[in-house]
Every structure is written in structure tokens, then in C-alpha cells.
Write a protein that binds this ligand. Structure first.
Ligand SMILES: N=c1c2ncn([C@@H]3O[C@H](COP(=O)(O)OP(=O)(O)OP(=O)(O)O)[C@@H](O)[C@H]3O)c2ncn1[C@@H]1O[C@H](COP(=O)(O)O)[C@@H](O)[C@H]1O
Length: 112
């Protein structure tokens, strides 16, 4: 069987699953459990997953870095939903930065 072609579309699919878990039983769904704990706890989890990603980036294998990155993206999507941010809001922000050098953008922010 042909292997499914994976792309960032999977983030939109995951977002739909995350939204569908709202109000579900926290005993049966990790996502529902996170929502039941509130934004502060979800934000804390994102911070933990970010640290774990950084640890794997400097000392782990590529596979471990990819796995921790997946954990981070999942928890970040849950955080966005908990704060009412849609993935498309973030995609728009990225789209708006296309063609703008990060270095030039930073220089434009420096005030003397
Ligand atoms: N991508 C993920 C995903 N990545 C990580 N995790 C879970 O995140 C948890 C992280 O474990 P930790 O011990 O760090 O955190 P914790 O259990 O909250 O413990 P504490 O930090 O509270 O002590 C694990 O239970 C992982 O299984 C995920 N849980 C769900 N998903 C996706 O979400 C979908 C829906 O999941 P449910 O909501 O559980 O049905 C799944 O089909 C997946 O596609």
C-alpha cells in the first residue's frame, strides 16, 4: 500500500481532533484532561515540552528531537485552542512575514 504523504496539513487535522475533544471525559481523553485543567496548566506543559525539545536538540538523536517536537506541537495546538487562537491565525502571521528578513525586521524595532 502507498505510504500516505505527510505534510503540515496534519496540524489542521490534529486541531480538528483537539476541538472535538472539548467537554469529553478527562478519564478517556488526554486533550479533555488538559482542557479541564485550564490555560495555566496547559501553558506550563508547553514550557516543559519546549525544554524537553531543547534537551533533545543539543544531546539527543534526530528521532528523539522529532518525537519531542511532536509533543510540543500537540500541546501548543491545545494551548491555542484554550486561548481561542485558530491555527489559521498563526498561518496568517507567518504568511504576513514572507519576504521580510528577520534581521531587517529586528533592526526596524531598535529605538535609539
Ligand atoms: N499528539 C498527541 C499527543 N502527544 C503527546 N500526548 C500525550 O501527552 C502526555 C504527556 O505526558 P506527560 O507525562 O508529559 O504529561 P501528563 O500525563 O499530563 O503529566 P503531568 O505533566 O500532569 O504530570 C502523554 O499522555 C502523551 O500521550 C498526546 N496526546 C494526544 N495526541 C493527539 O491527540 C489525539 C486525541 O488524544 P486524546 O484526547 O487522548 O483522545 C490523539 O489521537 C493524538 O493524535
Amino acid at each position: 500500500m502507498a505510504k500516505k504523504k505527510l505534510s503540515a496539513d496534519i496540524l489542521d487535522e490534529l486541531h480538528h481532533v483537539i476541538v472535538s475533544r472539548k467537554g469529553d471525559n478527562p478519564e478517556e481523553s488526554h486533550t479533555a484532561r488538559l482542557f479541564s485543567k485550564g490555560v495555566n496548566k496547559i501553558a506550563q506543559k508547553v514550557g516543559e515540552e519546549a525544554v524537553e525539545t531543547v534537551i533533545e536538540a543539543v544531546g539527543g538523536s534526530k528521532e528523539e528531537l522529532a518525537a519531542e517536537s511532536a509533543d510540543l506541537l500537540y500541546h501548543l495546538l491545545v494551548l491555542w485552542e484554550a486561548r481561542g487562537v485558530k491555527p489559521s491565525d498563526v498561518w496568517e502571521a507567518l504568511e504576513g512575514r514572507k519576504g521580510i528578513s528577520g534581521i531587517a525586521e529586528k533592526a526596524s524595532r531598535i529605538k535609539y
